[in-house]
Design a protein around this ligand. Structure first.
Ligand code: SF4
Length: 494
């Protein structure tokens, strides 16, 4: 049996669930390979780590990877002896524990007094970071270091990139020593307990529960959790209050909810639709809403990115920003739609060309139809904030927005096969079975953002981009075409 150190990530896994710790060491293949998103997050994390190091002059990087921990430990000791003011990836090993600190900084003027700084791509300190640093502090103290402070360096969402990336402004450092010390109480016992789990030959017997998603979705989720049955109470949207109450009464399926339980009108329609195996349609409600449409109709959809690192100047970290749109225009009642799209081919800042094209195509009157319009309108506000010269024309678009999701989200059109969702991905295959996202290379917005971000940040070869470019156009096109077809179904039903 091979030896496994209790590392920081294993410690955090063990805190979430000892079974997760045991499985990730003994059955790692069951967790699957890291997907494209995980790889990209890893690449962004690496870039943020490199930017953080730029803030420390004369720091020494311990270059040995986690397969060479003994050597990394020796290099760390050598850097300390040589008087390095900061050591990146400083490594200690102590009685089965292995720990690497992103930054170990020598307290000015002190020979053996240090600060540990953990670098994260998150936008704020989270409770899990306290545990993360408590483990690091414990390991370094066990190895003979005196630790003065423990801090988290994270992304500063108030930063606006200007004249290139400035690591001093992009990242902000928060001293969280107090909270870390609180977490440190009793840590020796926890470490001992988790070390026993790690070296044990039997998988801990733990029932699935809240911990499967908190603080992270467990990679073994499907192994421990049965998928909920179709048409179960878990399909009730925003059901945080009612679902536990129903579950406590032993009710699992929507059709079994007894009449003495008072349900909201939307929930009642869902139950009725499941029982009758038919859609429940409020024709007057839908008609009244459709009557507020003003021609020409503009079916509009953005794709966006939400990058931790602003790719260009005049851009904030994590500011969700459009890079693509699709537009179907129907000039008059009963007329055919014309399709337009925007997606820049090269990896340069596309926001201004996108704004110009959008303003030109959307004209001055007519309803702009979106699915969950608050998403599109909030992104237009982001563009207006970043490009004040277009602010007036951009903000003038907002009152023209019209939300096609509303008849579904408020239950005017309820179908048991929407499974309680008003997402276009759930509504489309039921109402327009001939159109589907299923055969598409890109099937949802998250993948579209991920691919575009990879292209912008140089993580994608041109050959892959050429294909991705076509896939992105196809995907976004389907989002607006789907709205055109769903509208036809609504009109037919009133
Ligand atoms: S799915 Fe839940 S119970 Fe299973 S290992 Fe993960 S956290 Fe533990």
């Amino acid at each position: 049996m091979s030896f496994h150190y209790l590392t920081k990530s294993r410690y955090l896994q063990g805190l979430q669930c000892p079974k997760l710790l045991w499985l990730s060491v003994n059955e790692p293949e069951a967790a699957g390979e890291p997907d494209e998103e995980t790889e990209h997050r890893f690449a962004v994390g690496t870039k943020i780590g490199a930017l953080a190091r730029e803030r420390f002059s004369q720091g020494v990087l311990i270059s040995e990877d986690h397969f060479h921990l003994t050597k990394a430990c020796q290099s760390t000791n050598a850097a300390i002896k040589a008087g390095a003011p900061a050591i990146f990836e400083a490594t200690v090993l102590h009685k089965g524990l292995a720990c690497r600190a992103d930054i170990l900084q020598r307290v000015k003027g002190k020979k053996n007094l240090w600060s540990i700084i953990e670098v994260k791509m998150s936008s704020k300190v989270k409770p899990v970071h306290h545990d993360d640093l408590a483990f690091q502090r414990y390991c370094f103290e066990c190895a003979g270091f005196k630790i003065l402070t423990t801090s988290l360096m994270h992304v500063n969402t108030g930063y606006v990139r200007d004249g290139g990336l400035d690591p001093k402004e992009l990242l902000t450092q928060e001293d969280i020593t107090k909270a870390v010390l609180k977490k440190s109480a009793g840590i020796a016992k926890t470490v001992k307990k988790l070390s026993t789990v790690l070296t044990g030959s039997k998988c801990p017997d733990i029932t699935a529960g809240k911990q499967c998603l908190d603080p992270y979705e467990c990679p073994f989720f499907d192994q421990c959790n049965e998928p909920p049955k179709e048409y179960s109470i878990y399909e009730l949207p925003r059901g945080q209050r009612i679902i536990p109450m129903l579950a406590e009464r032993g009710i699992e399926l929507l059709k079994d909810i007894p009449s003495d339980i008072k349900l909201s009108s939307r929930y009642e329609k869902m139950v009725l639709s499941v029982k009758r195996r038919k859609p429940i349609i409020d024709k007057p409600g839908i008609k009244e809403y459709l009557d507020t449409l003003v021609f020409p109709l503009y079916y509009f959809d953005f794709e966006t990115i939400n990058s931790a690192i602003p790719p260009f100047d005049n851009w904030k970290p994590y500011q969700t920003t459009p890079f693509q749109f699709s537009l179907h225009i129907q000039a008059k009642q009963g007329g055919a739609c014309e399709h337009y799209a925007f997606l820049q081919k090269d990896a340069t800042d596309s926001r201004e060309p996108l704004i110009k094209r959008m303003i030109a195509l959307l004209g001055k009157k007519g309803s702009i139809i979106a699915w969950n319009m608050s998403f599109e309108t909030s992104k237009i506000k982001v563009l207006a904030e970043r490009f004040p010269e277009y602010e007036k024309r951009l903000l003038a678009l907002l009152p023209r927005f019209w939300d096609l999701m509303i008849p579904f989200s408020r239950g005017d059109y309820t179908h048991y096969n929407f499974h309680g969702s008003s997402s276009i991905k759930k509504v489309l295959p039921v109402l327009v079975p001939k159109l589907s996202y299923e055969d598409m290379e890109i099937q949802e917005g998250g993948t579209a953002s991920l691919k575009y971000e990879r292209w912008l940040f140089g993580e994608m070869e041109t050959k892959e981009w050429r294909k991705t470019y076509r896939d992105l156009l196809q995907y976004c096109n389907l989002d607006t075409l789907a709205m055109v077809e769903i509208m036809k179904v609504l009109k037919k039903n009133i």
